[in-house]
Design a protein around this ligand. Structure first.
Ligand code: KIV
Ligand code: ZN
Length: 516
């Protein structure tokens, strides 16, 4: 049976340390709830001694989440540990994560004062004592104590083995081996984990955890090298957010392990279809958008655009996809339409939009499509439907908006009246709605006697300044076929009404054509 890998999420601690971001306790709780749905094993919720907000966040998450281990970070200082102990007091399962810098660079830089010893050798003796004392203190609050040997990636090996052995004897159950500065190379980091397994005599009493930073873009690769060499806990953040270039992205590590189970032969409890949602929540709350080409959760992670790829993926998905979008909860694979998209890709998208064209119609549409694609990076569904409207469904305007009056304001019920001309006859109607546009649309439906399903409505400014033109785009469907209407005016309600009437005209024209 495959062994289990523990997933330790530090989005709310190391992730939140990312420049320019700060979360309140309520926001942290929201993210923690989502992380629990994702089924991470441990949530590092903050550094309680660092601020009252962090203390409250850790406390709130401990009080509310009972299915996951909640962890608080501390330095190897009694005061920090006692504060953390208070924050986690009400947790069902709690961990204290304490530790100290172990590389010579950290020791000289952070423990330069003579009170820690005059020589580096004396300082190491004192640091080891501090580490042991901290672990013992933390054990007063919980049996689950993790020790971090900060900057392990650059530490002197002899001292590293010594301090790890001592803290395990003091009661640490997990040993975190951070590559704090993202300095390691995968082979080296993997070897470091293997060497710790071979050289720390009591290592079997603890779980080795890997915590990698991305300064050289190798956080995920280093993490995986650690797992391959015996680490059984990984630490990372959603979207790889974190200090400087960030931490290992949990979604990438987990999907690599899942997709390449043949290589890693290890399992996690993660509910991977929750990744996309978690990623977007973290991005929105921290205000750090997900790059479109981000592995696993980026908007283009399952998008295909070149003719050869589109053709291949439409024939057999596996030709160019190693995971299914549903595996990570991403909206389904999409074909991005560009000048490189072939006829096959365009035809597929047309069919998805409900259009079945003859060969000659497809050719006509493709020619126009290429003209547009040469001018734009990406051709959107709205552009396609506009091409179809112009080239294939060039329409006679059965209904014309003659008159529109809308009354709305604070404390009044939005009402609209319209007059529609059709074949020289006029029909009037008035209606109320949730807002002025809703009222106008209802009046148009009453006047035309048609009620297609409104799929979406959007408005954008096509020029700037006070006199800006608003362009409304309305999508309606009838019998599964999509019709897009557009309307432009400096008055956005008029633009919206025109767009709706335009979409209705296109629908009526298509119906007439199909009857011929
Ligand atoms: O990168 C690091 O070393 C850390 C420790 C505090 C665990 O984040
Ligand atoms: Zn870190």
């Amino acid at each position: 049976m495959a062994q289990k890998l523990i997933i330790f999420d530090t989005t709310l601690r190391d992730g939140e340390q990312a420049a320019g971001t700060r979360l309140g306790a309520r926001e942290k709780l929201e993210i923690a709830r989502q992380l629990a749905r994702l089924k991470v094993d441990v949530i590092e919720a903050g550094f309680p001694a660092s601020s009252p907000e962090d203390f409250n966040a850790v406390k709130l998450i401990c009080e509310n989440l009972k299915t996951v281990t909640v962890c608080g970070l501390t330095r190897a200082i009694t005061k920090d540990i006692d504060i953390c102990g208070k924050a986690i007091a009400k947790a069902k399962r709690a961990r204290i994560h304490t530790g100290v810098g172990v590389s010579d660079i950290h020791i000289k830089g952070k423990f330069g004062s003579a009170k820690y010893g005059k020589t580096i050798a004396q300082k190491k003796v004192n640091i080891l004592k501090m580490a042991v004392k901290a672990v013992k203190r933390a054990r007063n609050y919980t049996d689950d104590v993790e020790f971090y040997a900060e900057d392990s990636g650059r530490a002197n090996r002899k001292f590293l083995y010594e301090i790890l052995e001592a803290v395990v004897d003091a009661g640490a159950t997990t040993l975190n081996i951070p590559d704090t500065t993202g300095y390691a190379i995968p082979e080296q980091y993997g070897q470091l984990i293997a060497d710790i397994k071979a050289n720390v005599p009591n290592i079997k009493k603890a779980i080795i955890s890997v915590h990698c930073h991305n300064d050289l873009g190798m956080a995920v690769a280093n993490t995986l090298a650690g797992v391959k060499n015996g680490a059984r806990q990984i630490e990372g953040t959603i979207n790889g957010i974190g200090e400087r270039a960030g931490n290992a992205a949990i979604e990438e590590v987990v999907m690599a392990i899942k997709t390449r189970k043949d290589f890693f032969d290890i399992e996690t409890k993660i509910v991977t279809p929750q990744f996309y949602r978690t990623s977007r929540m973290v991005a929105d709350m921290l205000g750090v958008p997900v790059p479109i080409n981000k592995a696993i959760v980026g908007d283009n992670a399952f998008a295909h655009s070149s003719g050869i790829h589109v053709d291949g993926v439409l024939k057999k998905r596996e030709t160019y996809e190693i995971m299914k979008p549903s595996d990570v909860g991403s909206p389904k694979s999409k074909v991005v339409l560009t000048a490189r998209t072939g006829r096959h890709g365009l035809k597929h998208r047309l069919e998805e939009l409900g259009y079945k064209l003859t060969k000659a119609e497809l050719e006509k549409t493709y020619k126009r499509f290429i003209e547009i694609a040469d001018k734009k990076n990406e051709v959107f569904d709205e552009d396609i439907t506009a091409i179809i409207s112009d080239e294939i469904h060039a329409v006679e305007h059965t209904y014309k908006l003659q008159y529109l009056h809308v009354a709305c304001g604070t404390g009044t019920l939005p009402t609209a009246s319209v007059r529609i001309e059709t074949k020289g006859k006029f029909t009037q109607a008035a209606a109320c709605g949730d807002g002025p546009i809703d009222a106008a649309y209802q009046a148009i439906r009453d006047a035309t006697g048609l009620s297609p399903k409104l799929e979406s409505y959007s408005i954008r400014a096509v020029t700037s300044g006070k006199e800006a033109l608003g362009e409304a785009t309305v999508k309606i469907t009838a019998n599964g076929i999509l019709f897009v209407g557009r309307g432009v005016s400096t008055d956005i309600i008029e633009a919206s009404a025109k767009a709706y009437v335009d979409a209705i005209n296109r629908m009526v024209a298509a119906k007439k054509k199909s009857k011929k």
